[in-house]
Design a protein. Sequence first.
Length: 67
Amino acid sequence: MKSIIKIYNMNTSEDISNINLAISNNQGVIACQINSESKQVEIIYDDYFITVDNLIESIEEAGYAVV
């Protein structure tokens, strides 16, 4: 499964690292590509283990706003 999530308050390289860590800590995440210009994260994951709602929750728990 592939999802694109837009993150409102991703501005610095530290933000990118924090978001990458929050996403990759979930079981079932296969790949994660972050585009800082468009403030979008493209995630490829196995939906047997995780849902897009779980991914959004992980990002929000790290302190970021999902649009």
